[in-house]
Design a protein around this ligand. Structure first.
Ligand code: SF4
Length: 219
């Protein structure tokens, strides 16, 4: 199955209760061969209406931050852990995460990004498999089995708490350094060898996420 086929497969997904309240499944957007992927929590109102992740105020901030480091939305891939909008933007429930997260992992397997940026607590914990606060791990590099994870504050959190905008912008500058290092390593590494960025932390595999409800704004 390729990425487009996975999107078609999920188009009318009824596998969890979120199907009943959504306008449409918000699968993902961007370059299907992107080197960098951004992963948020779940669609909000505007995303549910338009079928595209990160199109509201937080999405506009994300677009600006991407541009600040020379990236465009069309060259990265953007998705969420959960593909359907939870009612009233409540946190996704553990069983909803358990049902939908495998599709995110399948997207990652098909896109094969070198770097995945998790946005906020929820996506970071889902991909790291640990209940860690985003403010403790933001801006750090985690080498997972198939990609490098780089957690970032969620743009919505930065909009709600203005004092987080500075740290978020700083972390995007760190992201640029990581990308530059990876590009350099690729030019120095034969194509058949795995790229080895200089991780600050490392993990050998992606464990399953803890089945716990997670708070986007938790520190
Ligand atoms: S949230 Fe995921 S598992 Fe639930 S209905 Fe939507 S696509 Fe299917």
């Amino acid at each position: 199955m390729n990425l487009a086929e996975l999107g078609t497969f999920l188009h009318d997904c009824q596998q969890c209760r979120l199907a009943s309240g959504r306008t449409q499944v918000v699968f993902g957007t961007g370059n299907p061969q992107a080197r960098i992927m951004f992963v948020g929590e779940a669609p909000g109102y505007y995303e549910d209406q338009q079928g595209i992740p990160f199109v509201g105020a937080a999405g506009k901030l994300l677009t600006q931050l991407l541009e600040s480091v020379g990236l465009s939305r069309s060259e990265v891939y953007i998705a969420n852990v959960i593909k359907c909008r939870p009612p009233n933007n409540r946190d996704p429930l553990p069983d909803e995460v358990e049902t939908c997260k495998p599709y995110l992992l399948q997207q990652i397997q098909l896109i094969k990004p070198k770097l995945v940026c998790s946005l906020g607590n929820f996506a970071t914990q889902a991909l790291l498999g640990k209940k860690v606060g985003i403010t403790k791990v933001r801006g750090q590099v985690f080498q997972l089995s198939d990609f490098v994870l780089f957690p970032l504050l969620h743009p919505a959190a930065a909009l709600h708490q203005g004092n987080l905008q500075g740290p978020l912008r700083e972390d995007f500058q760190k992201l640029k350094q990581v990308l530059d290092e990876m590009a350099q390593a690729e030019t120095e590494t034969p194509a058949s060898s795995p790229v080895a960025p200089s991780p600050l932390h490392s993990q050998s595999s992606i464990p399953s996420p803890p089945p716990a409800q997670m708070d986007l704004f938790e520190s």
